[in-house]
Design a protein around this ligand. Structure first.
Ligand SMILES: [Zn+2]
Length: 139
């Protein structure tokens, strides 16, 4: 009896390491489908975002109403969109308040009306070219 059992060596079929990919699938993997746009997804037109910035455009000849605070304008001289620079100018009311303070012998407070902006007119200057644009006159 032959005790030697000869087992034949297992031969695995040589499988290809890379699966052949059809050119169509390769094209799809490289280019994924584009996501739908906002208008397509919602079925309507995209809403327009309201502009919150308040820009005053100065047209020649048109009066511009300046306020006590800096405003965003397009300078008529340098045509830049900028914020005005404020300078306070004393008025006759400022001098009157100072005179009244003198009459009441409050000499240490005489300079106060000249330091408080609300007691004076507000002149607006261009923030870029520093030219005079207009004055906010207090009533
Ligand atoms: Zn300017």
């Amino acid at each position: 009896m032959d005790s030697k059992s000869t087992t034949p060596p297992r031969i695995y079929p040589s499988a290809p390491l890379e699966q052949p990919v059809s050119p169509n699938e390769q094209q799809q993997s490289l280019l994924p489908p584009a996501p739908p746009t906002y208008a397509q997804a919602t079925g309507g037109a995209a809403p327009t975002t309201p502009s919150t910035s308040h820009v005053v455009v100065i047209t020649p000849g048109a009066p511009v109403l300046y306020g006590p605070v800096p405003v965003d304008i397009q300078c008529p001289y340098c045509h830049n969109y900028t914020r005005t620079r404020l300078r306070f100018r004393p008025t006759s009311r400022t001098h009157l308040i100072a005179l009244l303070l003198c009459l009441f012998q409050l000499y240490c407070c005489v300079c106060l009306p000249y330091c408080i902006g609300s007691c004076m007119n507000t002149a607006h200057y261009c923030g870029m070219c520093d030219r005079y644009l207009g004055t906010y006159v207090r009533d």
